[in-house]
Design a protein around this ligand. Structure first.
Ligand code: FAD
Length: 452
């Protein structure tokens, strides 16, 4: 798009969430000259990377009145992305010579939190954040197409509720907190214990149990292996697996891979689609999460339908409300932090008038074309925001073009691709053995411009 000819304007912007997306959104918005308030319901920055051993009152996460916990990490979690590729573009996630830090290429979760805290400190983001302040309602001011009323609640002895008006709202609330559960016949009468991976922290509660674990994501791989160390049996039910990998798992005498669960029975039996069955004590759902915006009231302009948030131009702007409402961080199977950075630059520049967005009609046409092509290829709506290496590369190029910047270094996407292959080939050891040494060298050559 051609640059805008309108004067550069500073806006008053609310950012919801101080995780990896909210932090970089706040930085980019302020760099662009906007005044920014970041609302964070937790007591520190870092979002999902703030580990807690606490779990929710409903282990399946279905009860809407449950006490909620934002964190979805397990204690042993190490990143599933190499740190060089994972970090923000202009603030590389390099290891520090500090005995308190984790220097590994795929570090533990605490190291990511430390990195995000360093980032927040480096760019003075803390001063923009209102901690322990939850946004409970966001809606357009009556009669306006661009001003937002943001209602927030500050936690304290007497909860204080505040209503304020903002020019724009950037939603950065994360999407790994509201569990998704697979629908399986007979589940309501099944007598065993059920838990979603959101509430998995340590393997000990599964000692001597027969566990059925549903899912095949990176977390499912980690958790199944950890539980196998203490459980009597672990049976993984996966929708997509490589040919020839069903059956007893190499290196384990108590872990099997099955196709999906077909049904469950009130005597405790779990049946798989290949006719095998087990009498199980626990079903652990590693079945992902739902987008959830309980505070957002747009009178149906933005909806979540089968986990498709839409309509959104380039996964960011609802055409009718752009650029006054935007979302950072919706795509998955991506390199999140560098993508958040590009999305945020675009939002910041669109709000200041530095970048022009296409017309509402053009944005809507683009969204509809994507929906049609997904439908034509038989892709369910819930994969709308799923990218992987090639779509993400195209997407980042498009973001860069829109915000006239560079940053989508080739080594980064190649590293991402290499990592996806390596998880499949070496699920046990991909974090400690790798072959992309040449890409690591390229990354460090690139980092010199930001670290020297
Ligand atoms: P979050 O980190 O979830 O932050 C959202 C913030 O919004 C939270 O602080 C929350 O308290 C706040 N919030 C929510 N609602 C409100 C409200 N109403 N009012 C005020 N504040 C609110 N990514 C990687 O790059 N590498 C990995 O190795 C990796 N591993 C992962 C492993 C697991 C198990 C999971 C679940 C995710 C992993 N991810 C990984 C993805 C990770 O979620 C993203 O990298 C990123 O941290 C998400 O950042 P976010 O800011 O979008 O969301």
């Amino acid at each position: 798009m051609p640059p805008s000819t309108d004067p550069i304007t500073s806006r008053h912007v609310a950012v919801i969430g101080a995780g990896a997306s909210g932090l970089v959104a706040a930085r980019e918005l302020r760099r662009e000259g906007h005044s920014v308030v970041v609302f964070e319901r937790g007591d520190q920055v870092g979002g999902i990377w703030v580990y807690t051993p606490n779990v929710e009152s409903d282990p399946l996460g279905l009860d809407p009145t449950r006490t909620t916990v934002h964190c979805s990490l397990y204690n042993c979690l190490r990143t599933n992305l190499p740190r060089e590729a994972m970090g923000y573009v202009d603030y590389p996630f390099v290891s520090k010579e500090d005995p308190d830090r984790d220097p590994r290429r795929f570090p533990g979760h605490r190291e990511v939190l430390m990195y995000l805290k360093d980032f927040a400190l480096e760019f003075g983001i803390g001063e923009m954040v209102r901690f322990e302040t939850e946004v409970v309602c966001v809606r357009l001011v009556e009669g306006s197409k661009s001003k937002w009323k943001v209602k927030s609640k500050k936690r304290g002895k007497d909860d204080v509720t505040l209503e304020e008006i903002f020019d724009a709202v950037v939603v950065c609330n994360g999407h790994y907190t509201e569990p998704r559960i697979a629908e399986i016949p007979g589940m309501n009468a099944w007598p065993g214990k059920q838990i979603h991976s959101h509430n998995y922290r340590v393997p000990e509660p599964f000692r001597d149990q027969v566990v059925v674990l549903i899912g095949s994501s990176a977390s499912a791989i980690d958790i199944s292996r950890e539980i196998a160390g203490v459980a009597k049996e672990v049976h993984i039910a996966a929708r997509t697996v490589r040919d020839g990998t069903f059956g007893k798992q190499h290196g384990y005498d108590n872990m099997w891979l099955h196709p999906m669960v077909e049904s469950t029975c009130k005597d405790g039996t779990v049946y798989f689609q290949d006719g095998c069955f087990v009498l199980a004590n626990v079903i652990l759902h590693c079945t992902g999460y739902k987008y959830h915006f309980p505070f957002l009231e747009t009178d149906g302009i933005v909806t979540v339908d089968d986990n498709r948030v839409g309509p959104l131009y380039k996964h960011i702007f609802p055409p009718v409300l752009a650029p006054w409402l935007s979302f950072v961080g919706l795509p998955w199977k991506v390199l999140p932090f560098p993508m958040f950075e590009l999305q945020s630059k675009w939002i910041a520049g669109a709000l200041s008038n530095r970048f022009t967005l296409p017309s509402q009609e053009e944005m809507m046409e683009d969204v509809e074309a994507i929906y049609s092509s997904l439908e034509a290829s038989g892709t369910p709506k819930r994969y709308t925001h799923c990218m992987g290496a090639s779509i993400q590369s195209e997407y980042n190029n498009c973001l860069e073009a829109h915000c006239a910047c560079t940053g989508n270094e080739e080594w980064r996407m190649q590293m991402f691709d290499a990592m996806l292959k390596s998880v499949l080939a070496r699920p046990e050891s991909y974090r400690d053995e790798w072959e992309d040494h040449h890409l690591i060298l390229q990354a460090h050559e690139d980092f010199i411009k930001y670290t020297s």
